[in-house]
Design a protein around this ligand. Structure first.
Ligand code: CP
Ligand code: NVA
Length: 313
């Protein structure tokens, strides 16, 4: 069976760990891996804007000897004249994998249905699993591991990041706490899935609105933009609802003394996080951004190896 990464829990805890350990090896010896020599091609398609995802996949594929095909949906037939399914039928004849940043998760599911190559979610409205692999890798670097560590996410708990921290953090054995107001709580089915995973990994899931209580003693404090791509029309109501959940120096004081602050970027200083925090000594955002490169190299190597095993069986 061909393996995809459409949501974080497409990986088992052991598989996620395998990828994170591989990411560390690839970071330590950056130009050693030539897994995509040939060159093998990977298509990376964007319905939404991107800096990190675009550049990190382009560089990852290039540095491993592959051929990155980066294009926007608007400049292709996808979404206009052609379905995700037909696009996949064509691409699988020419490339080894597809990364797609899109809106609805159902589009990714349609693309993955029946295809012979791995499909990777480069961010959807619901999940951002590539980001969470990079973030878990960053937490391992700064905290020596993930299992048993506490991560608190403040803000739009229903965002792709909120959901992916729940699933990815649970897989990594973390205690994941989400602090969000009514109307911005994570989806119940995602909370249920994360809770079930956490029960098998020694982690835990807590969702609530008491910031001081949820941030108390946390090892990692994270947030995300209050206005995710596609939600621009809701900007003012989101600012009004989410303002109490800004990550301030006060919030950081509730966390552990050696807590780190993370943000997937791009960030709106003064909205979801104060400049004093994101530009302060506890912030590890630049390591986090760089780690997109190493984590995605590991993901590609791992998924393409699984695809070869599947083709051989
Ligand atoms: N964090 C992240 O995915 O950034 P981009 O939108 O720049 O790709
Ligand atoms: N939640 C944000 C993440 C950006 C990388 C968005 O979807 O716009």
């Amino acid at each position: 069976m061909i393996r995809h990464l459409l949501r974080d829990d497409d990986l088992s805890p052991a598989e996620q760990l395998e990828i994170l350990e591989l990411a560390a090896r690839l970071k330590a010896d950056r130009f050693a891996d030539r897994s995509l020599e040939g060159p093998q091609s990977v298509a990376v398609i964007f319905d939404k804007s991107s800096t990190r995802t675009r550049v990190s996949f382009h560089v990852a594929i290039s540095e491993m000897g592959g051929n990155p095909l980066i294009f926007t949906t608007a400049s292709s037939q996808l979404g206009g004249k052609e379905t995700a399914s037909d696009t996949a039928r064509v691409l699988e004849r020419m490339v080894e994998a597809v990364v797609w940043r899109t809106y609805a998760q159902s589009g990714l599911e349609e693309m993955a249905e029946g295809t012979t190559i791995p499909i990777i979610n480069g961010l959807s409205d619901d999940f951002h699993p590539c980001q969470i692999l990079a973030d878990l890798f960053t937490i391992r670097e700064h905290k020596g591991g993930t299992a048993g560590r506490t991560l608190v996410f403040l803000g739009d708990g229903a965002s792709n990041l909120g959901h992916s921290y729940l699933l990815g953090g649970a897989l990594a054995g973390m205690h994941v706490r989400v602090a969000a107001p009514e109307g911005y709580l994570p989806r119940e089915d995602v909370v249920a899935d994360a809770t079930a995973i956490a029960a098998t990994t020694g982690g835990s899931i807590t969702v609530g609105s008491d910031i001081a209580e949820l941030a108390a003693g946390a090892d990692v404090v994270v947030t995300d933009t209050w206005v995710s791509m596609g939600l621009e029309a809701e900007k003012q109501q989101r600012i009004d609802a989410l303002s109490p959940y800004r990550v301030t120096e006060q919030v950081m004081s509730y966390a552990a003394d050696d807590a780190i602050f993370m943000h997937c970027l791009p960030a709106d200083r003064g909205y979801e996080v104060d400049a004093a925090v994101i530009d302060g000594p506890q912030s590890v955002i630049w390591d986090e951004a760089e780690n997109r490169l190493h984590a995605q190299k590991a993901l590609l190597v791992w998924l393409l190896a699984k695809a070869r095993e599947s083709a051989a069986s």
